[in-house]
Design a protein. Structure first.
Length: 85
């Protein structure tokens, strides 16, 4: 299942995409652009794994993460990966 940060929250949270595998409970976060830079907030450019609790409580439950197509996630993933090479 694929998600992205809603456009209304991108200024604060940045441009992020998530891939959630409910079978393994693994969530991969792709951060394309940082939002507001505040102390204690991880908004760095890159590809990360995050905990399922973090994803559900900080993004999905709050309505900040909305479903997106896998092609949109894959495009962002490849873009970030090309910069990290």
């Amino acid at each position: 299942m694929f998600y992205k940060i809603s456009p209304e929250r991108q200024k604060y949270l940045g441009v992020r995409f998530f891939k959630w595998n409910p079978n393994t409970k693994e969530i991969i976060q792709v951060c394309v652009a940082a939002g507001d830079l505040k102390r204690g907030k991880g908004s760095n450019f890159g590809i990360y794994t995050i905990g399922q609790t973090t994803f559900f409580s900080n993004y999905l439950a709050m309505g900040y993460a909305i479903p997106c197509k896998d092609s949109i996630y894959d495009e962002a993933f490849k873009k970030v990966l090309s910069f990290l090479k």
